[in-house]
Design a protein around this ligand. Structure first.
Ligand code: ISL
Length: 610
């Protein structure tokens, strides 16, 4: 099925019915804090796109709308029906746990986590109930971006251990009936990767075309900026060349339009699958296809996102084609699992890359729920769980049976969620438990980030001297141009990725000022909830029904033909009236409550009926 050509004369309703039109309009409204229902309203739905363009003339350029039309019209596919049959898969039933190796467990006491540290904790992870591990990069790297800048895809970083340690880790994971997925970072390589060194050294080398080299004509090739501040171009004076990097100055973007790049990447993936790894988390995988000619980005979109140019590469012209190629030539032969990290994709675009029939990715991480609409990560504000509820509800009901959501709050790129909601840490335990209750009873695969199960919150960094992350360091320098140092530090403190990158406090080994410690009650609740999920199919494959979405309330039902659960959540820091329509249900958690008709701050109850 294909949609009619969208033009500036098309009405909003028609634009909103296309997958890409839907997601881009929804995102703009979200960022502006305007409810999406505006587009479904019969009056505004009949407005022409050109009217919207006129109304937003101050912020959105004519060029933006040209790019918009290109993106909308290029995608002629449509998501499958929401109600296709639901198929079972191990990764829909599994509970995943993300390990960020350098801060997980340090076995040799050099202050940095390592592979042997992970081996030591395998029994702990098994006991927690985890089924699969996602390992952030452990490959050889100069560590400009903690390993997301890979120098050699076939070597283990010596700080982390050896390939022998890795093999032992993989064996230990499999021996315990768990699975391992690796991080696949192939949008870019380190500038110290052999391919890039050859490319820079020798203009006639085939590796020149592996990256985006542009002749120096006295100005930057375009206005794109890096995700980590500054222009997205390195200047090589001697060679008179500019080379593209969407992330740090040492992370050079690969040119996926070169078939040799794709072939080399596919060979490398197969090498790891041959070793026995069970799949990959694919780093910024939706960025791999760039718009031909690398046109300038729109300034408004740039300001909105914090970097310019993204509309030309987050859903590029050959994205579907390249994802299908990797799937067919590497993943399928091994029955391997794939999850894409896809910043910026909305739900309809996500359906077009994760729909079973598409044969591209199994799942994706969407990030829209990590900030309250209208806010950004580097901003000191209080996160609102009401928006989280609404976002979850959309993914639970609008994603379709042929797609499968992920449910997570944290990863190595974000401050800790419990601190975003409650910066003083007054409700550390109840909030951790509330988030866990939702994570293990919603529809979708839960991804725990290391330390969630300990109830960890943000770190009280004292000054920029405690901050090491390249993103934060670059941003701080940029902020100094128009901020007082103390104000700049406050902004960094709100958003820095370092909050999630401090060594886990297994035995009080984190620095004292960091105030990190394990909350045992949270850990045991994790165990209890994971085991509940494992015991009840209804919590995995069952239907989802919203029962109450009034302010600060999230009450929903998960059920199948055999059993039913009602999950009653208080999303606020004050008491609320409990849900009462519970005939036939028994309370299974918590075991103790102070008042039956009242939910305490952030309390979450699970009711069960056979
Ligand atoms: O949207 C975001 C998360 O809320 C962004 O942070 C986005 O996910 C991120 O910039 C892309 O992240 C990935 O690629 C980077 C690396 O630094 C991150 O650690 C990795 O997760 C470059 O490889």
């Amino acid at each position: 099925m294909s949609h009619r050509e969208i033009t500036m004369n098309s009405i909003l309703k028609e634009v909103y019915e296309t997958p890409v039109g839907h997601d881009i309009l929804a995102r703009i409204l979200l960022q502006l804090g305007v409810p999406e229902t505006v587009l479904r309203n019969p009056v505004s739905g009949r407005l022409k796109l050109s009217v919207l363009a006129k109304l937003s003339k101050k912020v959105l350029s004519e060029q933006f709308w040209q790019t918009f039309l290109t993106l909308v019209n290029r995608e002629q596919d449509e998501p499958a029906s929401l109600y296709t049959p639901l198929h079972e898969a191990w990764w829909k039933e599994a509970v995943f746990y993300q390990i960020y190796p350098r801060s997980f467990c340090d076995s040799d006491h050099d202050g940095i986590g390592d592979l042997r540290g992970i081996i030591e904790k395998l029994d702990y992870l098994k006991d927690l109930g985890v089924d699969a591990l996602w390992l952030s990069p452990v490959y050889d790297s100069p560590l400009d971006d903690n390993g997301y800048d890979i120098r050699d895809y076939h070597k283990i970083l010596p700080q982390f251990g050896t390939m022998k340690d890795f093999d032992e880790l993989l064996e230990g994971i499999h021996a315990r009936g768990m699975k391992l997925i690796m991080d696949l970072v192939v949008n870019h390589t380190s500038d110290e990767h052999e391919w890039f060194r050859q490319a820079l050294k020798d203009p006639s080398s085939k590796y020149r075309n592996y990256y985006f080299f542009e002749d120096d004509k006295g100005e930057l090739p375009n206005n794109w900026t890096s995700n980590f501040s500054g222009p997205a171009w390195n200047h090589y004076e001697d060679e008179k060349q500019y080379v593209l990097h969407l992330f740090s100055t040492k992370q050079m973007d690969l040119n996926w339009d070169d078939p040799d790049v794709r072939e080399d990447v596919i060979t490398m993936i197969r090498w790891w699958l041959e070793k026995g790894v069970d799949g990959f988390r694919m780093d910024v995988i939706n960025y791999i296809s760039k718009e031909e000619g690398l046109p300038d980005g729109d300034q408004f979109v740039g300001n909105l996102m914090g970097y310019t140019g993204i509309e030309h590469y987050y859903y590029g012209p050959h994205l579907h084609e390249y994802l299908k190629e990797i799937r067919e030539k590497a993943f399928d032969a091994y029955g391997a699992f794939s999850i894409g990290e896809t910043p910026g994709l909305g739900i309809q675009m996500a359906r077009l890359v994760t729909g079973e029939e598409q044969k591209e990715l199994d799942m994706i991480f969407s990030f829209d729920h990590l900030e309250t609409p209208g806010h950004v990560r580097f901003e000191d504000y209080r996160y609102d769980l009401n928006a989280f509820r609404d976002n979850m509800d959309t993914w639970m009901t609008q994603y379709g049976n042929n797609c499968w959501p992920t449910v997570f709050y944290n990863n190595h790129d974000n401050p800790r969620m419990i601190s975003k909601i409650d910066s003083e840490g007054k409700h550390r335990e109840s909030l951790s438990v509330l988030l866990a209750v939702m994570q293990f009873t919603l529809r979708g695969t839960p991804f725990i980030y290391q330390g969630d199960e300990m109830g960890l919150g943000n770190v009280p960094f004292r000054s920029m001297e405690d901050i090491t992350d390249v993103e934060s360091v670059n941003q701080y320098k940029e902020l100094l141009a128009d901020h007082e140092p103390s104000e700049a530090f406050r902004i960094i403190l709100a958003g820095t990725r370092d909050h999630a990158r401090i060594l886990l406090p297994w035995n009080d080994n984190a620095p004292e000022w960091a105030g990190q410690n394990v909350n045992e009650a949270v850990t045991s609740t994790y165990k209890e909830l994971i085991s509940l999920r494992h015991q009840h199919r209804a919590l995995v494959y069952g239907h989802y029904e919203m029962l109450d979405r009034s302010r600060n309330r999230y009450v929903y039902r998960r059920y199948d033909e055999h059993e039913s659960f009602i999950i009653d959540c208080n999303l606020s820091d004050h008491p609320v009236r409990a849900y009462t329509d519970l005939s036939g249900y028994t309370l299974i958690r918590p075991q103790r409550y102070s008042e039956l008709n009242v939910l305490q701050p952030y309390e979450a109850r699970i009711w069960f009926r056979k």
